[in-house]
Design a protein around this ligand. Sequence first.
Ligand SMILES: [Zn+2]
Length: 255
Amino acid sequence: MELRLSTELAKSDKSPSQIARVVTENWFGRNMYCPACRSNRLQKTSDNTKTVDFSCPACQADIQLKSKAGRLGKKVRDAAYHPMIQRIEKNSSPHFAFLEYDKDLWKVKNLLFIPGFFITANTIERCRPLSGTARRAGWVGCNILFSRLPEDAKIFVVQNQKPISAAFVREKWARFAWLEPQKSEARGWATDVLRCVRSLGKQRFFLAEMYSFQQELQNLYPSNKFVKAKIRQQLQVLRDKGLLRFIGKGVYEAI
Ligand SMILES: [Zn+2]
């Protein structure tokens, strides 16, 4: 995988943000394969498609590319809030690809995917409506919160300027493909509990430690009256999907 961006495309009279978009989309189209299936190419979608930039001709996975010079930060601005929530509820969020590039060297530094099935209502932050004097007054945007995603959701294709093997990328993707057909609330619970497991930062842990997330999860699901039972149920789901092992007596092991 060649990490250099095509600077030929940068020589134009377009604005810096337009140039960045053209150059990174060009690189992505030339280099990126489908992480969800064995297809070695992705198709650029027409420019008037608002939320999808690339699509897989084999499995129809939709991918939205977001590029930035320098680091991405803890949250990324996405489009309008309400349409995004509707897409989440209908399980039709696109997959996201986040590309960080060095604008002096014109080189890709990091490229990471967040599969759409990891995007839930809890990973989206509603922004304040644009103020009365703005051109689009009242418009409500949203942010994608990286901190609300388990580490498993971040699937690197290029990390610190090193390409990861396509086989490894596809394996990581496939490990969580079972989330895709689940209803949005079920996806939410499974990924929130997985995030809590990962945040313990250890392989072997106790059920009692998981209960320490009770209040945090209660805040995310205020209408649920049985959060502890839900935690136990989700640990079973994660076990059934091969992500955890039950050792016994309230002891679990992450695989
Ligand atoms: Zn595909």
